[in-house]
Design a protein around this ligand. Sequence first.
Ligand SMILES: NC(=O)c1ccc[n+]([C@@H]2O[C@H](COP(=O)([O-])OP(=O)(O)OC[C@H]3O[C@@H](n4cnc5c(N)ncnc54)[C@H](OP(=O)(O)O)[C@@H]3O)[C@@H](O)[C@H]2O)c1
Length: 437
Amino acid sequence: MFCMLAPMQRPLRIGLCGLGNVGSGVAELLVRDSATLAKRAGGPLVLTHVAVRDPQRLREVKLGEVHLGTDAAALAADPDIDILVEVMGGIEPARSLVRMALLRGAHVVTANKELVARHGAELRAAALQGKAGLHLEAAVAGGIPIVKVLSESLTGNRLKALMGIVNGTTNYILTRMTRSGLDFRAALAEAQQLGYAEADPTADVDGHDAASKLAILAGLAFDAEVDAAAVHREGIGGITQGDIAAAADLGHVIKLLAIARPHPTGLELRVGPTMVPADHPLAGVSDAFNAVFVEGDAVGDLMLYGRGAGRLPTASAVLADIVDAAQDIRRGVAGRLLAARRPMRVLPLADVISRYYFSIWVADQPGALGAITTVLGRHGVSVESMIQKGRRQEPIDLVFVTHTARESQVRSALTEIAGLPQVAKIAQVLRVEGPPD
Ligand SMILES: NC(=O)c1ccc[n+]([C@@H]2O[C@H](COP(=O)([O-])OP(=O)(O)OC[C@H]3O[C@@H](n4cnc5c(N)ncnc54)[C@H](OP(=O)(O)O)[C@@H]3O)[C@@H](O)[C@H]2O)c1
């Protein structure tokens, strides 16, 4: 008796645009694990071309016979390249060359969240037209395979909510503020020294990076066309040691959360510093780690945790996409991630319903607390707990946590409270996650 082995199929040719942090990790894994990858992909995967800006630069990664050049567009157009891997970053020329490759039917793997968040609809249309696959696991949360989980593993669910810690820089800063008592500036400087934060940290600390990632995740989770610019966004620059301490007193920690929740009237989409109960799984996600927590109607609660960035964690996601692309090519499948998307109204922030934390500085005079609670009550905002801090100091800090209330009611109450004669300042307003009351 003998058995026939399926013949190894023709090698699939890979063109790699970018050989920086992520690209060098991809090249390293492609060479190091070529035999295993060939088995998993149903045939050899061969890195044939790499494009960089400066081919003269000394690089640690050994490329052997691979052609190293500068013309990324030529790789996108080359009919001999089966899979184009875009790990250059930025919008142009990445957008044009990814589109060109998809239109000619090449599968594209990209780690470029900015590109996918801003031009995802255009690129999905090009993939559909070219009968090609657009693979973007590495564009969100680095090594965490959340794109595959949302687009394949959880398709039997209606998702009730998605909450993520998807920016490692801000999570590192908030962890250092919480555990070591550093203020925001000192924690940011430390993150910069360690290479977790850029010299210009705006994209991270102001929540732009997390908003791009939330737009991609929400699009996948809710089959929605989501524009990153529509995500309501607040950064962590205003978080103080007072807020961190108040959160601890209330049994919470402060995290930069990216939240998407569908409502009958629209999709709630927001990124901002949020108080999370200390026993919630997201509260334990520290340092530069990322996590995405999903509530499904069938699966229940589920959380994926891991490294949201870094050379090999991100390369791990790119390699998984390369193998998926290779399997699709071998089977003659056009592509994944092409579920029809519908436009969804984004819920105005005024309509968001949440619990709230306020820190209100008042002159220490009788009647201040009564005056504040009277205004809150008049606007339909009821108080769950209150702590008075700094008894001997002037002004004193009154810290409130409310029951669930509509943002518009909270904002109008706070506007009125800010005008009370006893009130020096509304020092902080944060949303509080937790079980609904
Ligand atoms: N780093 C991470 O941990 C991480 C995590 C998730 C996603 N990502 C995403 O992955 C992508 C790459 O990030 P990275 O950190 O690897 O960036 P990087 O270290 O700056 O590398 C960029 C690479 O692209 C090349 N390049 C840039 N413009 C080019 C052009 N016009 N033509 C040809 N080559 C060009 C550069 O060439 P030279 O080497 O000659 O300069 C370099 O090799 C970005 O979209 C990023 O958002 C990164």
